[in-house]
Design a binder for this molecule. Structure first.
Ligand SMILES: NC(=O)c1ccc[n+]([C@@H]2O[C@H](COP(=O)([O-])OP(=O)(O)OC[C@H]3O[C@@H](n4cnc5c(N)ncnc54)[C@H](OP(=O)(O)O)[C@@H]3O)[C@@H](O)[C@H]2O)c1
Length: 234
């Protein structure tokens, strides 16, 4: 199986790519940071996995198209695209700048759309494929102090759930994943905050693995994944 994972230079995307590669999937990584992508690729390859990467700012539609085509050609095809790349800015409407609003919309909505529209014609032609879109719990329920972020994630939810209705007739599966709090970032320098109660990126990877492993005529269309314990509890 050949899978492209966007936003795979760190955090959840890195966790997904690492788990899938360990299970024998060929993974194509996408993000903007060349050094971090190369580091993830080296980690995967040193564990015996197959991996290629493309440096790309998904906010640029032409660059997104080129990156997808490049990876598909290097991998020799595509079975699944995991749209994970995203920007998380938790600010309320009084403090969010216009540049931050545009960055959120361009990354979380447009970037996901650009990647998806490149791979869909190929999946339609082969009558098989799977798009997994990483939304958020904030794409289902309101987020005080993060209204703009939530707006982009509600957009991902709307696009993803509607897309399924447009492409399922071509044998293409679409899954929307709704993670709660994930321990995706390195701790802030000097911070003693404990994040171990959160979902780990590799656990989102395992969830994606299960989503990809359903039988040909079955689909997990939505998956919500949260920490068992409330914030701060282990
Ligand atoms: N962390 C959570 O608690 C949580 C909860 C629910 C949902 N989510 C969602 O999960 C996804 C990943 O979140 P995360 O916490 O893992 O974030 P993260 O650690 O900040 O990682 C984001 C990834 O996206 C890439 N990226 C950002 N902008 C990009 C662009 N314009 N073009 C290409 N790649 C870009 C980043 O790489 P570069 O900077 O190298 O480009 C990085 O690889 C997001 O969609 C987020 O909304 C996260």
């Amino acid at each position: 199986m050949k899978v492209i994972v966007t936003g795979a230079s760190k955090g959840i995307g890195k966790g997904i790519a690492t788990v899938l590669a360990r299970e024998g999937y060929t993974v194509g990584l996408v993000a903007r940071s060349p050094d971090m992508l190369m580091a993830v690729q080296k980690t995967i390859e040193s564990a015996g996995g197959r991996c290629v990467h493309a440096v790309c700012d998904l906010r640029d539609p032409e660059a997104a198209h080129q990156a997808m085509e490049h990876l598909i050609s290097r991998m020799g095809g595509i079975d699944a695209l995991i749209n994970n790349a995203g920007l998380v800015i938790r600010k309320d409407v009084f403090t969010l700048t216009l540049d931050e609003w545009r960055a959120l919309v361009d990354t979380n909505i447009s970037g996901l759309f650009y990647a998806t529209r490149t791979v869909l014609p190929r999946m339609k032609a082969q009558n098989r494929g799977h798009i997994i879109n990483i939304s958020s719990i904030s794409g289902r329920v309101p987020l005080a102090g993060g209204s703009a972020y939530a707006a982009t994630k509600y957009a991902v939810t709307g696009f993803s759930e509607s897309l399924l209705l447009e492409v399922r007739q071509y044998g293409i599966k679409v899954t929307t994943v709704y993670p709660g709090s994930v321990d995706s970032g390195p701790p802030r320098p000097g911070s003693a905050e404990d994040h171990s109660w959160k979902v780990q990126p590799a656990e989102i990877g395992s969830a994606c693995l299960n989503i990809l492993k359903t039988s040909a005529n079955t689909l997990i269309s939505a998956l919500e994944i949260r920490p068992l314990q409330p914030p701060g509890k282990k």
